[in-house]
Design a protein around this ligand. Structure first.
Ligand SMILES: NC(=O)c1ccc[n+]([C@@H]2O[C@H](COP(=O)([O-])OP(=O)(O)OC[C@H]3O[C@@H](n4cnc5c(N)ncnc54)[C@H](OP(=O)(O)O)[C@@H]3O)[C@@H](O)[C@H]2O)c1
Length: 345
């Protein structure tokens, strides 16, 4: 898509499949997902360097937004990365990806290509299906759509618990119908503070049906918010909503945390802080160790996957046209919150 116009997309075909050089492997992208999170990657493509993961072959004015999914190794000259292995990780909206295998162990490898070297490490990690406690073959679509979101939900809930909720008795969550908000609310429900979900009027019924918010309010009904100490978890990124909440809550708003921007306007500069899951992850890796963090995440993931599989409808498209279709629907907000879009390439 055009970096300066995310609604403008193009498909590029190339009959020559790339060949891996020494130390490299060729991945065939098999299945990827698309949610509002991928649109955020594109909105923040320059600011957070998301465009840098997969440089466009047709010029820097075009961007390849990162997607999450599964890919198979179809050729390899990277020691320890073997043909036939299947990996979960960050993938471009393309048929193939060349990676440089490094830090190989029984959980997977990192792409150590020079252009990715100074980008956040979790995004360079490829998890092998056989060495991943969260993997289940029959849940691949759930992993594709929800694993990175739930990872944020899980780390966000942990961050709040780690900080004793900053003294708040209520947590107010915007874009409460989003999958990331749902995962966080599910992890926090009944842990102390009251959970209040804010959402569009049309998504209020669905959000209530999730059963993980004490109260669900449409964006127009901020008058009903309690005057108690509040932490705001902002997934909408709406500047108007932030302003209205500050007016309504005044000093009761004890913390204002930017988590997302489903409305596609970056207002992270005006929040108290930007939540970036890899930061809390690094802290817990130091404190708990990688294996313990993996174990806790896998246990939480299993509970979450059980809940979400009860209501999530996975809609599967195919091929390059399916990618374009899913992108334009997700970007325009045409995907109901109960649906997850997956594309089989
Ligand atoms: N900080 C991090 O590390 C991190 C990690 C993961 C995700 N996130 C962020 O969390 C947010 C939610 O991501 P998700 O993938 O969970 O979302 P999702 O499930 O695809 O969310 C869809 C919801 O977003 C709102 N929405 C969707 N399209 C919209 C549009 N065009 N205009 C306005 N609102 C729209 C609607 O919610 P309402 O009607 O309820 O507003 C909709 O139900 C994203 O901004 C994402 O980047 C941040």
């Amino acid at each position: 898509m055009a970096r300066d116009d995310l609604g403008k997309t193009t498909l590029v075909s190339d009959d020559d499949t790339p060949s891996p050089g020494p130390g490299e492997a060729l991945l065939r992208v098999d299945r990827v997902g698309m949610t509002a999170n991928n649109v955020t990657y594109a909105v923040l493509g320059e600011a957070m360097r998301y465009w840098q993961f997969f440089p466009s072959p047709i010029g820097a004015e075009w961007g390849l937004p990162p997607l999450w999914g599964f890919a198979d190794v179809v050729a390899s000259r990277a020691p320890g990365v073997l043909e036939g292995q299947r990996f979960y990780g960050y993938l471009p909206p393309s048929s193939h990806l060349i990676v440089r295998g490094g830090r190989v162990d029984d959980t997977g490898f990192h792409d150590v290509s020079p252009h990715r070297a100074d980008l956040p490490s979790p995004y360079n990690s490829y998890r092998i299906t056989t060495g991943d406690p969260a993997y289940r073959h029959d849940q691949e679509d759930l992993l594709i759509l929800l694993r990175p979101l739930f990872f944020t939900s899980f780390m966000l809930a942990d961050y709040l618990i780690d900080n004793a909720f900053f003294g708040a008795s209520s947590l107010v969550v915007s874009s409460a119908s989003s999958k990331t908000a749902y995962g966080a609310a599910l992890s926090l429900y009944g842990r102390g503070p009251q959970l209040i979900g804010l959402t569009s009027a049309g998504n209020a019924g669905f959000t209530r049906s999730l059963g993980c918010y004490d109260t669900v309010l449409p964006y127009s009904d901020l008058e009903s918010l309690p005057p108690s100490p509040v932490v705001y978890l902002d997934l909408s990124g709406s500047p108007d909503l932030r302003r209205a909440l500050r007016d309504r809550l005044g000093a009761s708003l004890v913390r204002d945390i930017a988590v997302g921007l489903t409305g596609q306007t970056s207002n992270i500069d005006t929040a108290d802080e930007l939540f970036f899951a890899p930061v809390q992850m690094s802290k817990r890796r130091r404190e708990w160790g990688r294996d313990e963090l993996d174990r806790r995440f896998a246990a939480a993931w299993r509970g979450f996957a059980g809940e979400v599989s009860g209501w999530l409808h996975v809609s599967v498209g195919s091929g390059p046209a399916g990618l374009v279709d899913a992108w334009s629907d997700v970007r325009a907000g045409r995907v109901p919150p109960s649906v997850g879009r997956v594309v089989k390439l």
